[in-house]
Design a protein around this ligand. Structure first.
Ligand code: FBP
Length: 270
């Protein structure tokens, strides 16, 4: 790992990544409840919020939209991805090089590794290349650490999630993004596994504001470094509001109640 506290990805030691790679990972299904968010523009707008430290997108979206936002948004280029149409063992295609990410303006890169899948070896070798090339450009590397595939009996078990976090440290990720392991205590184990590297919680499918923020709060209490969130922000009726609340929890150590109140989120919508 390299020191990343002075990088655009990090603010005051904390990280909030707004993830918008769902068009490739999940496809149109993720846009049905909020069709206007099929358009990347409002999501780039949301990413200008001071509580967002970087926006994670795939190459095509970055090429098309980042030029208008390069002064206001920090770009995290996702270097690999797979569609939901792929029915084989979990695997992911490298679709962008580190050099090209730099050319488009990225200040960090993201890479998915499905530990436990039949092609774990291939994905880790590809990660090695991306990680070492990122070092040449002094770019932080975020690993999407998602164990899944034939070798994984229960991807959501705390032990498996802690293993994913440890792989991030061992393989040279600066930040590892893991699923929430179910409790603050389990998150403390995850954090212990990552040594001096950083760990962020993966947002998950859209839930209530309170439920989402409670998990973020537990992650921060456990010593985690932030969150990488997609649907709970851009599927939200008012991304600005939930980002206000998220900023309060991550950067100001606010309680969930205080954060919801500060953001003006009415009781009925919590
Ligand atoms: P969410 O907060 O919407 O879960 O986004 C985080 C993320 O890692 C995205 O970057 C990615 O598209 C998605 O989750 C993948 O989720 P999964 O592989 O579990 O379907």
């Amino acid at each position: 790992m390299i020191p990343v506290d002075d990088k655009p990805l990090v603010r005051d030691g904390k990280i909030v990544i707004l993830a918008y790679d769902h068009g490739i990972e999940h496809g149109p299904a993720d846009f049905t409840n909020m069709p206007e968010r099929t358009d990347p523009e409002p999501v780039f707008e949301a990413a200008t919020h001071p509580g967002v430290t970087s926006l994670a997108v795939q190459k095509g979206i970055a090429e098309g939209y980042y030029p208008s936002y390069e002064d206001d948004v920090n770009l995290l280029m996702k270097l690999n991805g797979t569609s939901n149409l792929w029915m084989g063992e979990p695997d992911t295609a490298v679709n962008c090089s580190v050099e090209y990410a730099v050319q488009v303006g990225a200040s960090s890169v993201g890479f998915t590794v499905y530990a436990g899948a039949n092609n774990e070896i291939g994905m880790v070798e590809e990660f090695r290349e991306a990680q070492e090339r990122s070092r040449e450009h002094d770019l932080p590397v975020v690993m999407w650490g998602y164990p899944r595939g034939q070798g994984v009996k229960n991807a959501s078990s705390p032990d498996v999630i802690a293993y994913a976090a440890r792989l991030g440290l061992e393989l040279g990720a600066d930040v590892t993004k893991v699923k929430y392991p179910g409790s603050q205590e389990a998150m403390e184990d995850v954090v212990r596994m990552t040594g001096d590297s950083k760990v962020v919680m993966s947002g998950g499918s859209k839930t209530t504001d309170r439920e989402f923020l409670e998990e973020v709060k537990a992650t921060m209490n456990a010593g985690g470094d932030g969150v990488a969130v997609g649907r709970n922000v851009w599927q939200h009726e008012n991304p600005q509001e939930i980002l206000d609340a998220l900023e309060a929890v991550v950067f100001e150590d606010a309680t969930v109640d205080t954060a919801l109140a500060t953001a003006g989120i009415e009781e009925a919508h919590r």
